[in-house]
Write a protein that binds this ligand. Structure first.
Ligand code: NAD
Length: 497
């Protein structure tokens, strides 16, 4: 019998009001049901928002260092349960165990960072232009935060949002992706165990169209933090504008790794293998374009193909597996359709390019790691996010041309340049249009205490991670205290003729 999971609303574990449920299955073996989850709707969201709104009145008054202490406990519990959490994550979304352990670790790092931020949340004191007057700007909580997350980092991404939201004194209504509801539930269990009071964090499972829409459209939700596709991000932005709520959008990517002829080739090969095929290419920062200088193009491709063909596909819980499955059948089909498009537009498959049918692989949503050569910058596989194990190789002749091709996309999340020439490295750092640039490292590999996010249609200008996310989850209040005993008028009294 499959394990039954519930929503967590106002401190209680409950079914959807309608009693409806949905199933979640293991993408490496679709015979295995991970669990059944509440298929919630608008009514469930309404109850959760009301609970969060009530809880806000007390939570906002809890001193921030005390809120931080609870997050310290959350981090400790995550450390204790790391292995169990990682295994469950691999079962429900497929990436290999080493990577799901990393995903949990990112949550732990985020918890400890948030805990310490509870003792900072710095404001400013600034001299007044008038005598006997004190000026300061301080951070205050905003209210109810709607948190909507994707499935590819089912622990890390929710923690990037929920932990700073809580430290800043907001309450949360959380809708995780329907492909990873078990990991999200485990996170909420930990928050409750660590002592987050009833109503402060609520989780409502269900579809984006129902639960997600109901959160974004609700006028009692003060801010929405969303990570997901650019298409859904645009809809959310439109919908949220009706109530002018604050919205943070972290969206798609079409990241490129560029390799110059003077680069350390071994390093660049290791980088692209990890960047393109880690998490089966299903990372917002995945390397989906490889830009090779014409001088090294052919030798690099020959070596790359050997290594890609040696990658071992399979169930990520088993030792020795390099690449897990796509998250579900529709993602596998999307990958196949892009491979077909690449071929139709004249690119050449030099590795992979098919759904494996052998042995256990036939029971999951696997796709062979795929490399295309002969890709032109205007091909669809060079422009559109595929979100799967497909790498498009493009040839360039000069640094300037390479950067121009790299920038020729609607996205701007991550980017990478391999070179030993310091002048080229700094030129690229200056000219690449992306939120993140790596030198001699792959496009993936964020650290929890650094800003994370992209430019252009990858987002709307906010950043997650590090100190920057605290700007999103708090409001600035400017305070003037006049202790002069008289009416003082800035801009008037000081500048009389
Ligand atoms: P998605 O956009 O399909 O779904 C993301 C979340 O939004 C899910 O919880 C989904 O249920 C919900 N949703 C769907 N429709 C909605 C609607 N109309 N209203 C409100 N919520 C709705 O994305 P996905 O397939 O889960 O994730 C993959 C995408 O996420 C890729 O495009 C990837 O690049 C992006 N991503 C971006 C980052 C980043 O930080 N920039 C990180 C990870 C993933």
């Amino acid at each position: 019998m499959a394990k039954k999971f519930q929503n967590y609303v106002d401190g209680k574990w409950v079914d959807a009001i309608s009693g409806k449920t949905f199933e979640n299955r293991n993408p490496a073996n679709w015979d295995e049901v991970v669990g059944t989850f509440p298929k919630s709707g608008k009514d469930d969201v309404e109850v959760a928002i009301r609970a969060a709104r009530r809880a806000f009145e007390e939570w906002r008054l809890v001193p921030a260092p005390k809120r931080g202490d609870i997050l310290k406990k959350v981090g400790d519990l995550m450390v204790e349960k790391k292995e169990e959490l990682a295994k469950q994550m691999t079962r429900e979304m497929g990436k290999v165990l080493a990577e799901t352990r990393g995903d949990v670790q990112e949550g732990i790092d985020t918890a400890y960072y948030a805990a310490s931020e509870g003792r900072r949340l710095f404001g400013h004191t600034v001299p007044s232009e008038l005598p006997n007057k004190f000026n300061m700007a301080m951070r205050v909580p905003i209210g109810v935060a709607g948190i909507i997350t994707p499935w590819n980092f089912p622990m890390a991404i929710p923690t990037w949002k929920i932990f700073p939201a809580l430290v800043c004194g907001n309450t949360v209504v959380f809708k995780p992706a329907s492909d990873t509801p078990a990991t999200a539930t485990a996170l909420v269990e930990i928050l409750a165990e660590a002592g987050v009071p009833p109503g402060v964090v609520n989780i409502v499972h269900g579809g984006g169209g129902e639960v997600g829409n109901a959160i974004v459209g609700h006028d009692e939700v003060d801010l929405v933090s969303f990570t997901g596709s650019t298409m859904v991000g645009k809809k959310i932005s439109e919908m949220a504008s009706a109530t002018l709520k604050r919205v943070s959008l972290e969206l798609g990517g079409k990241n490129a790794q560029m390799v110059m002829p003077d680069a350390n080739m071994e390093l660049a090969l290791d980088g692209v293998l990890w960047g393109a095929f880690g998490t089966t290419g299903q990372r917002c920062t995945a390397t989906s374009r490889l830009l090779l200088h014409e001088k090294i193009h052919d030798t690099f491709v020959a070596e790359l193909v050997k290594r890609v063909e040696a990658l071992k596909l399979g169930d990520g819980l088993k030792p020795g597996i390099d690449v897990g499955p796509c998250v579900n059948e529709s993602q596998q089909q999307t990958v196949q359709s892009y491979v077909d498009i690449g071929l139709q537009q004249g690119a050449k498959v030099v590795a992979g390019g098919r759904i494996p049918k052998d042995g256990d692989l036939a029971r999951g949503w696997f796709y062979r790691p795929t490399v295309f050569t002969g890709v032109q910058p205007d091909h669809r596989i060079a422009k559109e996010e595929i979100f799967g194990p497909v790498l498009s190789v493009i040839k360039f002749r000069t640094l300037e041309e390479g950067i121009r091709i790299l920038n020729d996309t609607i996205y701007g999340l991550s980017s990478s340049l391999y070179t030993t020439n310091i002048n080229d490295a700094y030129t690229a750092i200056r000219d690449i249009k992306a939120g993140i640039t790596y030198i001699n490292a792959p496009t993936i590999g964020a650290e929890a205490h650094m800003p994370f996010g992209g430019v252009k249609q990858t987002g709307n200008g906010h950043r997650e991670g590090g100190w920057t996310v605290y700007d999103f989850f708090s409001e600035w209040k400017t305070v003037y205290v006049d202790y002069s005993g008289g009416l003082q008028r800035a801009q008037i009294d000081n500048y009389q003729d």
